[in-house]
Design a protein around this ligand. Structure first.
Ligand code: ADP
Length: 333
């Protein structure tokens, strides 16, 4: 299905003005007395359409994981809405949220830390089915065997323990655990970053296959632009808790708008020398989201910063069809 067709059917999940702030009251840590706010996620809005992959990129610490977890209410939001099935799921209590937990799943970078080392893979995969009261015991075993095959493992993996598996196999289990309850959306948080490059492509291929088979929507979080380019239909670029640019994959890569996106892309190696971009080196390190810079938070590193960038927060502008940027360079004055 083309991206435009998917978008015409309306979004499956809509994030509206989501914020996650950590308030430091000065009573903790070696720096006792330091007060301020960590703006890990700062008013992010995005839509996820059926059967699409939305890639979320940005340097480490820019708030990608926090955004993913806050969308699923694994972390309590500070403000904002997540509309799914016409309902703001952030307003629901644990009990009310339960049916949605099945439909909205998450896959983590290293599933090993969340796989109980004392349980066999079969038990681990049957657990979510039991929690959501799906099937009888025998049926659950059959379902798990079936899912193991779907993620490219064998039936005998059912009897193994997590430590007996390789990194790639463990990530297949992480995917199987999300998939077994038949979700509609999966948030994948750096799902291939801990794997060797050859294994990364196997897992990416698997994700693409199961997306087509199960009609899934992915929010794919990664810091690696090449991986995101390969898998995504649309891409959002985050900087210090803000979504600074969003657009269809080809537009974002071929005509990046935000100076930050341009700098990120200039660091990605390209095979075709004609397409080689001039490397843009940004000034300094990414600032901390603890009391972040005023105005446009990127102004401290931006080669094009103007006076108003220091004081005024840029508004989101649609520069071409579905290609958005938040930068004063693109605002009509
Ligand atoms: P990313 O996934 O892009 O690497 P994160 O979402 O993990 O970024 O973190 C965003 C920012 O929020 C980081 O600066 C991190 O230090 C901060 N942060 C995350 N969790 C907490 C917390 N519990 N308390 C204070 N700051 C936090």
């Amino acid at each position: 299905m083309l991206l435009d067709d998917r978008q015409s059917t309306g979004s499956l999940l809509e994030v509206q003005g989501l914020k996650k702030y950590y308030f430091m009251n000065g009573s903790f840590g070696k720096l006792g007395g330091v007060k301020g706010t960590v703006k890990a996620v700062n008013e992010v809005s995005l839509s996820l359409y059926q059967n699409e992959t939305y890639g979320l990129v940005g340097e480490s610490g820019c708030g990608k994981s926090t955004l993913g977890r806050t969308i699923l209410k694994l972390i309590e939001p500070t403000e904002g809405k997540v509309i799914y099935n016409g309902e703001d799921i952030l307003q629901l209590n644990r009990h009310e949220l339960r049916p949605y937990r099945k439909e909205l799943q998450m896959v983590f970078q290293d599933p090993y830390t969340s796989l109980n080392p004392r349980k066999r893979i079969g038990q681990i995969l049957e657990e979510p089915l039991a929690i959501h009261t799906i099937g009888e015991r025998k049926e659950r075993t059959d379902m798990v065997m079936d899912i193991l095959r779907k993620v490219g493992l064998q039936v005998d993996h059912y009897y193994r323990y997590p430590h007996e598996l390789s990194g790639g196999q463990r990530q297949r289990i992480g995917i199987a655990r999300a998939l077994v309850v038949n979700p509609k959306v999966i948030i994948l948080d750096e799902p291939v970053s801990a794997l060797d490059v050859s294994i990364q492509s196997q897992i990416i291929n698997l994700l693409e296959e199961i997306q087509a088979e199960f009609n899934l929507s992915y929010l794919f979080i990664a810091h690696d632009m090449s991986v995101v380019r390969h898998i995504s239909d649309r891409i959002g670029v985050m900087y210090l808790g803000n979504l600074v640019e969003e657009g269809p994959n080809d537009l974002l890569f071929e005509e990046p708008l935000h100076p930050y996106t341009k700098a990120l892309l200039s660091a990605v190696p390209v095979a075709n020398p004609k397409l080689k971009r001039e490397r843009i080196i940004l000034n300094g390190e990414i600032p901390s989201p603890f009391n972040p810079p005023s105005g446009c938070t990127f102004h401290t590193r931006c080669p094009f910063a103007m006076d108003k960038c220091k004081t005024e927060i840029p508004v989101k502008v649609e520069v071409s069809s579905k290609h958005f940027v938040s930068c004063h360079l693109y605002e009509s004055s």
